[in-house]
Design a protein around this ligand. Structure first.
Ligand code: 4UW
Length: 532
């Protein structure tokens, strides 16, 4: 039984992502669109639209055509949105690469996505060049410039003729982020222009925007779908100033909120832990903040209350802390908490342990994994989602697509949720393999594949175990030593750490005689969880 959204449907404009996001740029041409939180350097909404047009023209002049994939490997900067929308306006597809990736991880994504160009920044050039040795691309563009490479300045000042690419929003891809989904290795998630346009349009009725007076802090990375849609595209489409930070540093984060008078923060739970507990927080004036929304991993209700209480100081009305829920395959938002006064008709405040309501145009089902039937009212079940934000599928992987997205359009999330009588959802468990470490994806299959590359390791299985103190999920490897091997836990960890980004580090190791497997050879992760 489909559970309808408690909100009326919204209309989804038939526009490409750049057309939609830049639609209001001329009206607010002189207002800051992007502000560098550290240097104060600014791009206005008018300049943004101009640069995007130039970027698209320059890419077309370099031979980029509709459907080509361009990989972007960069931390957050004010130029990232210029690059993103320039590529999109040229009809090409952006595959965003995690800024922490090793050359091996970058090469995997370049090859799998079939990227034609790679856009990066000079501090990342060593890793980028190491990656393209095994995954060649036509050209590496270095945004801030480097000897022998075209820079963003070169592209934006070229006199290439303007381009008009015909885009079918419902069919054509705009971005290809990577996600392991419910099982296996990271896969390219095919998101269309319509997916991303819809997701911003769907969130709009839940927010009380102060037109022309909203500043959003973009510390979560644009290379992750949460930052890409919620900070970059939503922020710019709604006419906010998006204040970028290249990485999370608590003091810079607090200082930037204070100095830029930031009104909204979208974060992951570890940042809320710092806001609740760290002494530095008291040294800054955070009274401009109106909302803090958390997502990407479970948020403890008491932590949300602790942050509200701590920040409710002085003359300020304080800040509302709440939760949303999303997944790369959902562009990413399916659920969020409306701002006070924007709840569905008749509903009261949204409890902080919940992830809020299904967005407009979004249907849900909760399926009892034991029976495959709809869960009884009030009972838990696997969350299925259907709506215009649901991905088109996984790139070149019909089987994984069919396992996740059924014939009726339901996306099986692999998360377990309950819904209350008012239509508010709480995420209570995860039945998929995926591990979340500080909000980042860690795919057990990827770690297992790396470990199996070590001749001293005969077999390996990875699961997430809850750390009682931090509440984080820690990747734990069960390792079977090869005959004669005396490999230590430290050596296992070091071997993986050399090849994988820091968030994928193996935090715990246990040696075992045999990895428990089903008759079909599938790792019995439940048995390992019980053992851990
Ligand atoms: N509670 C418990 C949550 C929650 C959660 C996510 O890396 P991905 O694919 O994607 C994300 C997206 C997060 C997100 C996007 C937009 C948004 O508004 C918002 O809230 C403000 C969050 O993380 O990982 C997807 C997986 O992350 C877990 C869950 O397992 C999901 O399938 N997850 N949000 N609030 N778990």
């Amino acid at each position: 039984m489909a559970l309808a959204s408690r909100f009326p449907d919204v209309e989804i404009p038939e526009l490409s992502v750049p057309q939609f996001v830049l639609a209001g740029a001329a009206e607010r041409a002189d207002r800051p669109a992007l502000v560098d939180g550290l240097s104060g350097e600014t791009i206005t909404h008018g300049e943004l639209a101009f640069y995007v047009e130039r970027m698209a023209a320059a890419l077309a002049a370099r031979g980029v055509v509709k459907g080509d994939v361009v990989a972007v490997f960069s931390p957050n900067t004010i130029w990232y949105p210029v690059v993103f929308h320039g590529i999109a306006a040229a009809g090409a597809v952006i595959s965003p690469i995690n800024a922490l990736y090793t050359p091996e991880e970058i090469a995997f994504q370049l090859k799998d996505s079939g990227a034609k160009l790679l856009v990066t920044v000079s501090p990342f050039l060593d890793r980028a060049l190491a990656a393209v040795q095994s995954a060649p691309v036509d050209e590496v563009i270095v945004m801030d410039g480097a000897e022998g490479h075209a820079s963003l300045r070169d592209l934006l000042t070229s006199d290439a003729p303007a381009v008009q690419v015909d885009i079918d929003p419902a069919e054509d891809l705009v971005t290809l982020p990577y996600s392991s989904g419910t099982t296996g290795l990271p896969k390219g998630v095919m998101l269309t222009h319509r997916n991303l346009v819809a997701n911003v349009a769907q969130c709009r009725p839940l927010f009380d925007l102060h037109e022309g007076d909203e500043r959003v802090i973009a510390v979560l990375p644009f290379f992750h779908i949460y930052g890409l849609t919620v900070l970059m595209n939503q922020g710019l489409a709604w006419g906010c100033s998006v204040v970028t930070l290249p990485r999370f540093d608590l003091e810079q984060f607090l200082r930037t909120i204070q100095d830029q008078r930031v009104t909204r923060a979208y974060v992951a739970p570890p940042i809320l832990v710092a806001l609740a507990k760290h002494p530095l927080v008291d040294s800054f004036d955070l009274s401009s903040l109106r909302t803090i929304t958390s997502g990407a991993a479970p948020l403890d209700e008491s932590l949300a209350h602790a942050v509200e209480t701590r920040l409710r100081r002085g003359a300020s009305d304080g800040v509302a802390v709440s939760q949303g829920y999303g997944m790369t395959e959902l562009s990413p938002v399916s659920h969020t908490t409306p701002e006070a006064g924007h709840e569905p008709a008749g509903a009261g405040p949204t409890p902080k342990g919940t992830v809020g309501y299904a967005l407009p145009n979004t249907e849900c089902r909760l399926i009892d994994p034991a029976t495959g039937e709809d869960a009884a009212p009030g009972e838990r079940g696997e969350l299925w989602v259907r709506g215009p934000q649901v991905m088109k599928g996984y790139l070149n992987n019909a089987q994984a697509t069919a396992e996740t997205l059924d014939a009726e359009g339901w996306l099986h999330t692999g998360d377990v949720a309950v819904v209350d009588d008012e239509g508010r959802y709480t995420v209570v468990d995860r039945v998929k393999e995926l591990i979340k470490y500080k909000g980042y994806q860690v795919a057990p299959a990827e770690l297992e594949a790396v470990l199996l590359g070590n001749p001293e390791i005969a077999d390996a299985a990875v699961i997430g175990v809850q750390d009682a103190e931090s509440g984080e999920e820690l990747p734990k490897a069960f390792v079977v030593r090869a005959p004669g091997s005396q490999i230590t836990a430290e050596a296992v960890q070091a071997y993986a750490a050399e090849r994988l980004a820091p968030h994928k580090k193996i935090r715990l190791v246990e040696f075992i005689e045999q990895v428990p497997k089903s008759m079909a050879g599938k790792i019995l992760r439940k048995d390992l969880k019980n053992r851990a």
